[in-house]
Design a protein around this ligand. Structure first.
Ligand code: IMP
Length: 437
């Protein structure tokens, strides 16, 4: 145990677990919220009374005037999208003065989006189903050591100089490999000028800022994006995103050692969803899947695509627990399950006639795995007004206990609706302490 007051919040399924809502709730008690990976492929919806905020780049902490919001070095930033997001928030009366961007964060440029979309087309029915935001190509350029970084936004002259060093190669690749006409340097500079002017003052050494915050005993929340099964190493490769989405990335993606990040909350939906292509063992193609999609409003925040829906998968949950080192769980959208007669939970897989508790690495094997379900009785009561564990119907408590027993990590938070107030924190848990209960 260390004495650092911090919490890493990560998705423990295929993204869209409701992290935005959970992070927004916890950010009320944080001094700093730091994102450490991903880009504008993320879509966080925060509902506060009649206000709905859809954030892609900016951490949820921005909605709290005294909270510092950081974009760490592990992020990829589309300056045009970030500019729009800032202007949109400002138009709605939200101050954005507390946003800071790591000098080392990489930039997603228009040509990255062009590559992303062209790659998907070339892959045809083998496509990944990306968000089309240029995430993979931006991380690829980072690894190939030919990316632009936020520090290159220092002023328009620096930006132009750096772009002029990189653009000829990008244009060559676009033209020769993709049949694209390429980009003109001066036109690009003009296109990016407003973003450079707005973002330049926000670019700082966020690692130093975080270390200083820790030394002043501030509470730091690390905000993960996507989810465990979209992790570039541990996810359902190649149907993954291009960053490390697990908790260990909170340190490397924000310029800190691992000792600052010992508490890890894994967010899981009370059922499972996935957008994009790739295997999904507990997917339900029938009535239950349809009901979950409609009742849970399961349509992507970033792309609007309908999400694939299915039952809770404990094989995934146990795997996500191990690769993240989860110390607590947040179960979201429990209210969506009301009215289902029976709830299935995948407790094991049957793969090639072998029963396994482990999540396979190979997609060919995973495609063939069939979930082994345990059935639990459902409940009919509306949960949206429930605010304590003991007021949940007995069947809902039983369902949660069963999840907890198989995952072997305590459930610390339950969400029963999109609003901040529709949240139950377990008394005596780490989160209750965080929240001062
Ligand atoms: P990319 O991150 O746009 O390259 O997309 C790669 C895969 O990750 C696709 O299956 C996307 O649907 C998925 N993905 C990326 N970001 C998110 C997210 O925030 N939520 C859910 N899925 C995501």
């Amino acid at each position: 145990m260390n004495n650092y007051d911090s919490l890493v919040v990560v998705g423990a399924q295929w993204g869209d677990e409701g992290k935005g809502k959970v992070i927004d709730f916890l950010a009320a008690k944080a001094n700093v919220v730091a994102r450490f990976q991903g880009g504008d492929n993320a879509g966080h919806t925060v509902v506060y009374g009649a206000n709905i905020f859809k954030l892609h780049h900016i951490p949820s902490g921005i909605l709290y005037p005294d909270c510092l919001s950081l974009l760490g070095n592990g992020i990829v930033i589309n300056p045009l999208v970030l500019l729009n997001e800032l202007l949109e928030l400002e138009k709605r009366g939200i101050s954005t003065k507390n946003l800071r961007i790591s000098e080392k964060a990489h930039l997603i440029m228009v040509y990255h989006q062009a590559y992303d979309q062209a790659n998907e087309e070339l892959l045809g029915d083998q496509k990944i189903g990306t968000t089309g935001r240029g995430i993979g190509p931006a991380y690829a350029d980072k690894a190939l050591r030919r990316g632009l970084r936020a520090i290159d936004l220092a002023d328009i002259k620096v930006f132009k100089e750096r772009l002029s060093q990189i653009l000829p190669l990008q244009n060559h690749l676009l033209k020769s490999a993709y049949g694209h006409k390429g980009y003109d340097l001066d036109q690009l500079v003009e296109m990016y000028r407003p973003a450079v002017e707005k973002l330049a003052p926000l670019v700082v050494d966020t690692s130093r800022l975080l270390a200083d915050s820790f030394s002043k005993d501030k509470k730091i929340l690390f905000e993960g994006a996507q989810g465990a099964l979209l992790d570039i190493d541990h996810g359902t490769y190649p149907f993954v995103t291009s960053s490390s989405t697990v908790a260990a990335a909170a340190g490397s993606g924000s310029g800190l050692g691992p000792q600052y990040t010992s508490q890890v909350l894994g967010v899981m939906k009370a059922y499972t969803t996935r957008v994009g292509e790739g295997p999904f063992p507990s997917e339900d193609h029938g009535e239950a899947g349809e009901l979950l999609r409609n009742r849970g409003a399961e349509f992507g925040t970033t792309t609007g695509r309908p999400r694939r829906c299915g039952w809770f998968d404990a094989v995934i949950a146990r795997y996500a627990t191990r690769i993240n080192g989860l110390t607590g769980l947040a179960i979201t959208k429990l209210d969506v399950l009301s009215g289902l007669e029976t709830l299935n939970v995948a407790v094991n897989y049957r793969c090639d006639n072998n029963l396994t508790r482990e999540f396979p690495a190979g997609m060919v094997k995973l495609e063939k795995c069939k979930p082994v379900y345990e059935a639990f009785p459902g409940w009919h009561e509306d949960l949206s007004g429930v605010r304590t564990m003991k007021d949940l119907p007995a069947a809902a408590r039983h369902y949660l206990e069963a999840l907890e027993n198989t995952i072997e990590v305590p459930i610390e938070l339950i969400s029963v609706g999109p609003d901040r107030t529709q949240t139950i924190v377990r008394p005596g848990s780490f989160l209750a302490g965080w929240y001062g209960n």
